[in-house]
Ligand binder design. Sequence first.
Ligand code: FEC
Length: 323
Amino acid sequence: MSDSASAAIGVLVMSYGTPESLEGVEAYYTHIRRGHPPTEEQLEDLTSRYRAIVGGVFPLRENTNRQVAALQRKLDESAGAGRFVCYQGLKHASPFIEDGVAAMARDGIRSAIGIVLTPQYSSMSVGGYLKRAKEAAEQHGIAFAGVESYHLHPVLIEALAERVKGGIGKLGVTADETLVLFSAHSLPARILEMNDPYQDQLLETSKAVADAAGIERWQFTWQSAGQTGQPWLGPDILDTLAGLANENVKRVLVTPVGFVSDHLEVLYDIDIEAKRRASELGLNLERIEMLNDDPKYMQALSDSVVEAAGRIDASSASGASGA
Ligand code: FEC
């Protein structure tokens, strides 16, 4: 263990994860399904969605790599080189969350921050990542603090508002002629009985972005719901589009506020599936550019990490580790 490594704070940057190749889709899907392999039909359905977007490349992996590298550079600028060291931990693919924490331990890291590449908190999303990271950190004797959400960080809102304005420009119309449709990944509807902040935080992000971009015509909708036999949060984007067409809306700018990267749920569910439905309905649908490694997004992440490090400094003084 080197002195510089032990003095550094580890930053576990967590993201959903994606397969390495089409051959890896089954193992990935089995992990998402908590060890239960998909049926042949389910596997073929998912593989065909990847085939439709990737042509051999899985964009989420490269985008997450770029985000982690860009956050490292931003932290070096803000806090000085060597103060924070970023590691990657994926929810459903290698390097898994536990692998990232083990790598920190091998490098002699004694305290760490966990941050997830999605701005809003749900016990079923960010809560799950942080729980796994905290448990792994405890096993390695690493003090740990998690960032739960950064959904109203002013620089994040600014970055999204710029993209909304750019998207309206792409449609070649004025804001009055477009409906901005904010969207996020649906979750099982039972989260509403659990006092989960997910829906409220998504609506708060959407409203803040609409205000910052000067948008009055906007709605929020869910997307990418699973087929589990239990109710998921709705309405789904495909039904929302049908409702908008009935109201004579002609142009829609989809703004996914729960996702920060180009990946399957954006490139297939919006760019292929929702676009196809929109065109059947006579709607012109565009989508904002995703944040990926946008410098403002990196600033929001970096600020959140530095803020969380203050909590860890305080708790390590008393020898505690908190989430
Ligand atoms: O590009 C890629 O390869 C991966 C894209 C991807 C992202 C993503 C983000 C979220 N998910 C969330 C919740 C659920 C729940 C289930 C679920 C299932 C899938 C399946 C695929 C998939 N998700 Fe995902 N999600 C991505 C991809 N997700 C593929 C399996 C087949 C399918 O249903 O299409 C249901 C299973 C379960 O109970 O775990 C729930 C949430 C997010 C946004 C937050 C985050 O990024 O973590 C919430 C990206």
